[in-house]
Design a binder for this molecule. Structure first.
Ligand code: UDP
Length: 450
């Protein structure tokens, strides 16, 4: 770590895995640049303070009941959190500002996720600059505010479903329809608040993107929001292997991978939120087994609707799966993707997973199900052409076909080569004088200037 610069920043991550990891990566980066770090966090999904002994942690109550805390509806969860955390957060931050004044240590700013919508007016009233982080792909963040204005009927004609959706490229009409199907009044007004509070902030930080992945959308964001915009990522490369997992990581994955041949394994994971049906579980299981390729498959506890874990897989099939693969509850994903044996990633295309795969040069098989995943998947398959798209067909024959194509056929080799080039380009962005590195320098100067 550089010598302390006497400045402290306060971080307030949204308590979901896809936001916690990037926020702690940002914490590590800023700490290495001399900033002291205070993390205010909810009791729900509290980060493990013992993993970060150099930061100060302050917990606030979040008022969630057990049922609310286990909801699968992310919008509902986030709106509940925004309602119940406002008052405890205000108390906590006010106390912190008071004590830092007494101790004569300056708090330069609050950095929190765009999804916290009550913090902007609060920071304003306390005269504390607020910077907003965002973990989406920039093009999704910039583009998705148009969604409430779109009419579903326009995308309905079935014969046109594979055509581009002009209002939101590179989505196809069927993707946009899927996004619109998940649209609700609550989500629309939540998105609108995100837009208003982001525009009123002192800066927007994309922690998991860079010019190489999002150039046009970054220019658009700078034009639309008129605030400083930083793209400092993929930030996990600055401190590899430092994920802040809320789940218990199964470290035996790596020993198992060590026994496999180079580029032979298909890694399968749908992130921390997506659930699948029992039928989909079985189709994936058969598809993987029939592909006859080794696989490492993450099935979270409770991820299969109506099941505890993988008990829906009949014993006989389970025995056959074990001949070729390994099923775990949570993997050290970044290490898995880095491993020489990993040859492909069957993914839900959450943005973190997508970027982690790009950085390690691992081509993907895209199985997006909701929201930004649909856009990320189109970039992977149609724009960068570094993966294959399942087009929603979670069927054993399709899975077998694409796994074999990616790992064994010449087309897979071409995709892998393209992915290598993209990985190199993105890797250069965080090196000295790369675009993300320069953006980070500007961010550090910006925070220091408050
Ligand atoms: N992840 C992990 N182990 C797993 C599955 C996922 O460490 O077994 C991490 C992954 O590296 C990524 C995050 O969880 O950083 C998932 O974020 P993403 O945006 O891909 O998806 P989300 O969980 O938000 O849907």
């Amino acid at each position: 770590m550089e010598k302390s610069n006497g400045l402290r920043v306060v971080l307030f991550p949204l308590p979901i895995q896809g936001c916690i990891n990037p926020m702690f990566q940002l914490a590590k980066i800023l700490h290495s640049r001399g900033f002291s770090i205070t993390v205010i966090h909810t009791r729900f999904n509290a980060p493990k303070a013992s993993n970060h002994p150099l930061y100060t942690f302050l917990e606030i109550p979040d008022g969630l009941s057990e049922a609310e805390a286990s909801t699968q509806d992310v919008t509902l969860l986030l709106t509940l959190l925004n309602r119940s955390c406002e008052s405890p957060f205000r108390d906590c931050l006010t106390k912190l500002l008071r004590s830092s004044e007494e101790e004569k240590q300056r708090i330069s700013c609050l950095i929190d996720d765009a999804g916290w919508i009550f913090t902007q007016p609060l920071a304003w009233s306390l005269n504390l600059p607020r910077l907003v982080t965002n973990t989406y792909k920039v093009s999704f963040f910039v583009g998705h505010f148009v969604i409430p204005e779109l009419s579903r009927e326009r995308y309905l004609p079935l014969q046109e479903q594979d055509e581009p959706a002009e209002e939101f490229p590179p989505l196809k009409k069927k993707d946009l329809l899927q996004i619109l199907d998940g649209e609700t009044e609550v989500l629309n007004s939540y998105s609108d608040m995100i837009l208003q509070t982001t525009k009123a902030s002192s800066g927007l930080i994309f922690v998991s993107s860079c010019e190489e992945l999002d150039q046009e959308s970054l220019s658009q964001a700078r034009k639309d929001y008129q605030i400083p915009v930083f793209a400092i990522g993929p930030s996990h490369i600055y401190f590899p292997g430092s994920s802040s997992s809320l789940f218990t990581v199964d470290e035996t994955c790596i020993q198992w991978l060590d026994k496999q041949e180079d580029n032979s394994v298909i890694y399968v994971s749908f992130g921390s939120v997506v659930n699948i049906s029992e039928t989909e579980l079985l189709e994936i299981a058969w598809g993987l087994r029939n592909s006859d390729q080794p696989f490492l498959w993450v099935v979270r506890v409770g991820m299969v609707n109506g099941n505890k874990w993988v008990e829906a897989i009949p014993e006989e099939l389970m025995e056959r799966l074990k001949e070729k693969g390994k099923i775990v509850k949570w993997a050290p994903q970044q290490e898995v993707l880095k491993h020489r044996a990993t040859g492909g990633f069957l993914t839900h295309n959450g943005w973190n997973s997508t970027v982690e795969s790009v950085c390690e040069g691992v081509p993907m098989i895209c199985v997006p199900s909701v929201w930004d995943q649909l856009l990320n998947a189109r970039f992977v398959s149609d724009v960068w052409m570094v993966g294959l798209h399942l087009e929603g067909r979670i069927e054993r024959n399709e899975i077998e076909r694409v796994v074999r194509k990616l790992l064994l056929e010449p087309e897979g080799e071409v995709i892998r080569e393209r992915m290598k080039l993209l990985a190199e380009k993105v890797g250069r962005s965080v090196k000295q004088n790369g675009s993300a590195y320069r953006s980070l320098e500007r961010l550090v100067d910006h925070i220091s200037s408050f």
